[in-house]
Design a binder for this molecule. Structure first.
Ligand SMILES: *Cc1c(COP(=O)(O)O)cnc(C)c1O
Length: 381
């Protein structure tokens, strides 16, 4: 829509690429990007979510004008009015996806169209405007292309993590859907989320708190779901666990998911078991795991599962593996499930375990080391 020149001194502006997008992105280059030394130091030990790239994407929306003013600008703080609705009523949604450098040097996304579609579903639930899928994809490509040097080298298991998000951006304390909204994308290089991805994580079974309820926002990727998971997460830490497992809010029996990852159990006959519920966030990692398993001829049971079924299954040897999955950590084996009343001790995982083989297959496709038979990868830069 606009390719207006920058008013900031010392910056260069050029028209962005527009193929397929309904808006043209203006580009304002960061006049003081990180030096190669600083960037290399970050890439050597990126951690997670601590160091951000030189640029960010902003697209604004108003009732009157719809989506407009798509732009790439230097990364930096926003000036936001204290009355902005997002601070008061939490009208916010987000996404998380990674850019992977393949051996040939190109950068690919993994099913980014699924993130675009999920952001639209989250937007519907939170009464936010839907961002067109192609505009989402173009926003991601724009940022990856301008900050391509921040995408870690192939072969180290490191990636560039992308965080698209959308916030109510109207200065108004009335309680209704905002009529001014902002969408943004920021990016940070990422090592693996847990220090050793094959190390089992112990999880705490939250008895007192739920993550989401029937008819609530559990299936939307919104900040509010995370806010409500932080207290039980603290309880998990206090009990020596890294993550929380949530059960359904009405009967407190059925497995839902962790604070930010889905769960999958594996039976001794190779069957894959994963919980079904309207208040689970539909993870793209879990969906991909299920598709790979289905292709490999495994039986999939996507249904309601009680905590007792897990507990008894481990006790009688019919459930042999359990893992958590999500974009950040891909697949993490679950060690113990602890609660005040009992502990489920999942069997130890070896490199040959089914979950580790699924992990190797999935990361192989993501990293471009295995053929992408499903057409899941998409070139970003
Ligand atoms: C993002 C998220 C997941 C994992 O989704 P992926 O698409 O696999 O990254 C699982 N649970 C919750 C609550 C989430 O927010």
């Amino acid at each position: 829509m606009s390719d207006t020149s920058s008013t900031h001194p010392g910056t260069t502006t050029q028209a962005g690429r527009t193929e397929g997008a309904s808006l043209e992105f203006s580009i304002e280059r960061n006049p003081a990007p990180a030096s190669a030394e600083v960037r290399d130091a970050v890439l050597a030990d990126p951690g997670f979510g601590k160091h951000f790239t030189d640029h960010m994407v902003i697209i604004d929306w108003t009732v009157a004008d719809g989506w407009h003013d798509a732009r790439v600008v230097p990364y930096g703080p926003l000036q936001v009015d204290p009355s902005s609705a997002v601070f008061h009523y939490g009208q916010e949604i987000f996404e998380g996806l990674k850019a992977y450098r393949h051996g040939g040097g190109e950068v690919f996304g993994f099913r980014p169209e699924r993130n675009a579609q999920r952001l639209q579903n989250s937007a519907k639930r939170l009464a936010l405007p839907e961002l067109p899928e192609e505009l989402f994809l173009e926003s991601v490509r724009q940022l990856v292309q301008i900050d391509e040097q921040w995408v870690p080298a192939a072969g180290e298991g490191k990636t560039l993590y992308l965080r698209p998000f959308m916030i109510a951006f109207e200065n108004f304390l009335g309680v209704r859907a905002a009529q001014t909204v902002r969408y943004m994308v920021i990016a940070c290089p990422a090592g693996s989320y847990f220090s050793d991805p094959t190390r089992p994580v112990d999880i705490w079974l939250s008895q007192e708190y739920s993550r989401a309820g029937a008819g609530g926002t559990g299936a939307a990727k919104c900040g509010g779901n995370y806010a409500s998971s932080l207290l039980p997460q603290e309880e998990a830490y206090a009990n020596g666990c890294e993550q929380v497992l949530f059960l359904d809010s009405s009967e407190n029996r059925y497995l839902e998911e962790l604070g930010g990852m889905n769960i999958v159990l594996i039976k001794s006959d190779g069957t894959i078991l994963t919980p079904l519920s309207d208040s689970i966030l539909p993870g793209i990692t879990r969906d991909s795991v299920l598709e790979l398993c289905e292709r490999a001829g495994r039986r999939i049971e996507h249904r309601r599962i009680t905590i007792d079924e897990w507990r008894e299954g481990v006790a009688d040897g019919s459930i042999v593996e359990a893992f958590a999955c999500g974009t950040a950590a891909v697949i993490s084996p679950i060690g113990k499930v602890k609660s005040p009343d009992f502990t489920i001790e999942n069997p130890a995982v070896t490199a040959d375990s089914v979950s580790m083989r699924i992990r190797a297959e999935l990361t192989g496709i993501q990293n471009g080391e295995l053929p992408d038979l499903m057409g899941w990868t998409q070139r970003l830069a």
